[in-house]
Design a protein around this ligand. Sequence first.
Ligand code: NAP
Length: 306
Amino acid sequence: MARILDGNRVRDEIKDELRPRVAALASRCRPPGLAVVLVGHNPASEIYVRNKMKACQDLGIYSETLTPPESASTEEVIEIVRQVNARPEIDGLLVQLPLPVQVDAKRVLLALDPDKDADGIHPCNVGRLVAGLPGPRACTPAGIIEMLKRYGILIAGRRAVVVGRSDIVGKPVAILLLHEHATVTICHSKTADLAAVCRQADILVAAIGRPAMITRDFIKPGATVIDVGSNYVEDRDLAARIFRNSPEKLASFDRKGNVLVGDVDPIDVVERAGAYTPVPGGVGPLTIAMLMVNTVASAERRLGVC
Ligand code: NAP
């Protein structure tokens, strides 16, 4: 039976390690501060931002959400970013994606002060990542490395395959795995014979956005499988196929009209893998935990604590 890599447990550990660091900052100077710019009313984004605010409250990190209207222009969002850049009590800043279509997300990202870039995705921090220099790391990729390390999963010398080459997950997790001395292959939608490439992986990371696409043919027996996917399936036939042995999941689908599914087939992974992250409860909880890490580390750097 494959070992479950429990993201909630790792998140709690990370948060518990942050508590004394936040307390030390608060007693010596001030608590760390995180600002989130949430443009318009995307319901999923509103939930994500609420969860980020809750995590801050739980840790004693000062937080605030700035909410320009759905109609905001690129210039208006950039002006908000510039104002937050200049505020000394804010150590971390992020602009929640996706942005409304009229807002140029790349220009907004470039306006962030790289030292306050709580998501670790400003090109300057991508450069620091590639060069192995200190700086905020992309949260989900950093969370994946924490998960592997805390479960004692050997990375050095092992073959890692990352499916997905996005700027926020696929590319940075591949670089982080490389820094940990894995031999890394990055795959994407044009990769030939994807299943054969994935079957070579000791560590397989799926960051695709396609429900249950990674089936048993993609998984080397005993591999560690990290499922980043977060897909809401609304098609009952697809849900019934994915959760073919789980009447409770289907009952939940029938109540809610959708079900959360990763990029990895949840039954095949249990039968083939040596260890895997479930969805939900795997990679998901770590993203916010690493956002908190970036914010606290930024405050420590800015206040000269470390
Ligand atoms: P993205 O920007 O849409 O990138 C998806 C990647 O998958 C692309 O590189 C794409 O290849 C590749 N791909 C798509 N179809 C493929 C196929 N049939 N075969 C091989 N590769 C394929 O997505 P993302 O932002 O990286 O997110 C990926 C998933 O992770 C989504 O489900 C997202 O919701 C989830 N996510 C979860 C968290 C979390 O905290 N748990 C955080 C971030 C993202 P091309 O480049 O060739 O198009």
